[in-house]
Design a protein around this ligand. Structure first.
Ligand code: ATP
Ligand code: MG
Length: 564
């Protein structure tokens, strides 16, 4: 494609509403333009990527027996009322009122697929089915500020499996699991899978394919060595345990005026935080519970709720005073009149410091086994980066991540509420057993750019690259240059290589080089007057920056080799 005739409006400056790298680069590379908050127009280069990713997804979905649909985005509201999801989606759902009819813009398509299944799938003989589409979804995301990573209108591949048994649902789910691996691998993404199985909900009904990203809204723990991944709400970790001192001192009181936090206590007594037990009091089922954490470890609320078996809230100041006679900074376990639980790190610790249940006093010499005999130990802390993986012990990372795709065993949730049933072998009527599986198409592109860029621009690798080669004619006003470049363009194109040809006559050399690095095609072929005098051109590998000179004759084979 000739750059002189194509619309790729690159920008030198960073657009001021963009902070996330993929957002900045997609705007600067002329892939997208903003139409409104969370609403993006795809320009030709950006849309080329959309088609490319869609095609990869389509091939892998077809390979597992998926059949492609195209459902309307405009949906009668009544269908969404059947499952109560108008209410469940709330402000996320876009509504359209037209004369006397109410419509919604589909944020996903479970209801519409189930609606069709209800009409056409009747017998156990009709299964299995995998129905999919690549279609626009609408969600009124509250704060869209990461570009196409989180749009209010976006493309989703959504598929739905229909089965007559739970075993067959497992099969459909596994097929999707494998297909998603292939898709994201082909798209050159570094990803990991987080299961909901370790979550508070239990079961193995859902997994999320994630990539590390500062633009992500989930915090996850992930181990590179063994692949362990979990949302930080439920992630476990291995930390060096406390070693019990050989001798336990007796409990003693220390006057600690105005000392409230663990840091203040450590500074005041010149001790380390691993000698302190931090107290937090919660109210659960109208009863107070004292939760003890080592040093500055944070209480993980999801784990605490699982341990307590019911929702809880922090105790108010007055409640604390009623229970112990002391304020928040002075609460401690010795003599605490209610239930006491402690994080596993504190197990059997001795010679510890904590509050004295008396304002401006702390106590030392606490031996957990001797002084708090009723204490129960649980994993209550939030895993931190650099701690050990609970599966293999290697160092684990904790970071924000964004969801690329989601696979979900729906079971009979939608089929039961919408009356989508089939007749089984024995003639009994049962609800269809379903799964639903999504991938954000634009999000795949943006995540790719998040992972493949440098300070100069995007770095495409072969499978995802919009073009393989960026052919740059330096001074196209010179006939030697334009003739040679045109000839190379024809030859490479004839050999099946996709070429973006910078044939512009009015752009400076510096401008062309900056554009080429920003757009990031894997190879740049630079045609200039000086090198042509020796029958040579320059080839630059965008990723490494390596440059080499080759003769015009050798060029095709060099390009082919480098693209392998
Ligand atoms: P998130 O937690 O990021 O909002 P979600 O749980 O709402 O995602 P799903 O409803 O499971 O996402 O949708 C399936 C896929 O659609 C997601 O995995 C993601 O890749 C994509 N997706 C979801 N919301 C958006 C959005 N606002 N913009 C772009 N892609 C999106
Ligand atoms: Mg969402």
């Amino acid at each position: 494609m000739r750059q002189s005739k194509s619309f790729i409006p690159t920008l030198k400056e960073v657009p001021n509403d963009a902070t996330v790298p993929s957002h900045v680069l997609m705007l600067r590379a002329g892939m997208v333009r903003t139409l409104g908050a969370g609403i993006y127009s795809f320009l030709p280069l950006g849309y080329k990527l959309v088609k490319k990713v869609s095609e990869i997804i389509r091939e892998e979905m077809d390979a597992i027996g998926g059949q492609e649909f195209h459902l309307p985005a405009l949906n009668p509201r009544e269908i969404w009322e059947e499952t109560n999801r108008v209410e469940a989606f709330g402000d996320i759902l876009f509504h359209i009122k037209n004369k006397n009819r109410d419509y919604v813009l589909a944020p996903t398509h479970e209801e519409i697929m189930t609606y069709h299944a209800r009409r056409v799938v009747k017998s156990y003989k009709d299964f299995p089915q995998i129905w999919y589409q690549i279609q626009t979804k609408f969600r009124n995301e509250p704060r869209p500020r990461s570009g196409v990573l989180r749009g209010r209108q976006f493309l989703m591949k959504d598929s739905y499996s229909l089965d007559s048994s739970w075993e067959n649902l497992d099969t459909a789910y596994d097929l999707h699991y494998q297909a998603y691996h292939k898709i994201f691998k082909r798209c050159g993404l570094k990803f990991f899978v987080v299961g909901a199985s370790s979550g508070a909900m239990g079961g193995t009904g859902s997994e999320e394919f994630m990539v590390q990203s500062d633009a992500g809204e989930d915090t996850v723990a992930h181990c590179e060595s063994c692949g362990y991944s979990a949302n930080v709400e439920v992630a476990a970790s291995v930390v060096i345990p406390l070693v019990r001192d050989a001798e336990s001192k007796a409990v003693y009181e220390i006057e600690t005026p105005n000392v409230k936090s663990i840091d203040e206590l450590c500074a005041f007594l010149n001790i380390s935080e691993t000698q302190c037990a931090k107290s937090r009091v919660y109210i659960c089922n109208n009863e107070a519970v004292l939760v003890l954490m080592l040093g500055n470890d944070e209480v993980n609320e999801t784990k605490l709720e699982k341990t307590l078996g019911a929702p809880f809230r922090p105790a108010h100041m007055e409640e604390l005073k009623d229970i112990t006679g002391a304020d928040a900074g002075s609460i401690g376990p010795v003599g605490f009149p209610k239930k006491v639980i402690a994080d596993l790190r504190l197990k059997d610790a001795n010679n510890m410091f904590s509050g004295a249940n008396k304002n401006d006093y702390h106590i030392g010499g606490i031996d957990f086994s001797r002084d708090i005999p009723s204490v129960e130990y649980h994993d209550l802390r939030t895993a931190k980066s650099g701690e050990g993986c609970p599966k293999c012990g290697s160092t684990m990372g904790v970071f924000t991540a964004i969801e690329l795709g989601h696979i979900f065993k729906l079971g009979t949730k939608y089929s039961a509420s919408m009356g989508a049933t089939f007749t089984d072998e024995k003639g009994a009527e049962n609800p269809i057993i379903m799964g639903s599986y999504g991938i954000g198409v634009e999000r795949v592109i943006a995540c790719y750019i998040e992972q493949h860029h440098d300070e100069r621009g995007i770095v495409w690798e072969k499978e995802m690259a919009p073009f393989h080669v960026h052919l740059i004619g330096l001074n196209m006003k010179k006939e030697v240059v334009s003739q040679a470049a045109e000839k190379i363009y024809s030859e490479l194109t004839a050999a099946g290589i996709q070429v973006l040809f910078d044939d512009r006559t009015d752009a400076t050399v510096g401008f062309k080089f900056n554009d080429a690095d920003l757009l990031g095609m894997p190879l740049q072929v630079i045609v200039g007057e000086k090198k042509l005098a020796e029958q040579k051109v320059e080839v630059k590998v965008r990723k490494s920056g390596d440059r080499s000179e080759v003769t015009v004759e050798q060029l095709l084979s060099t390009v082919k080799d480098l693209l392998k």
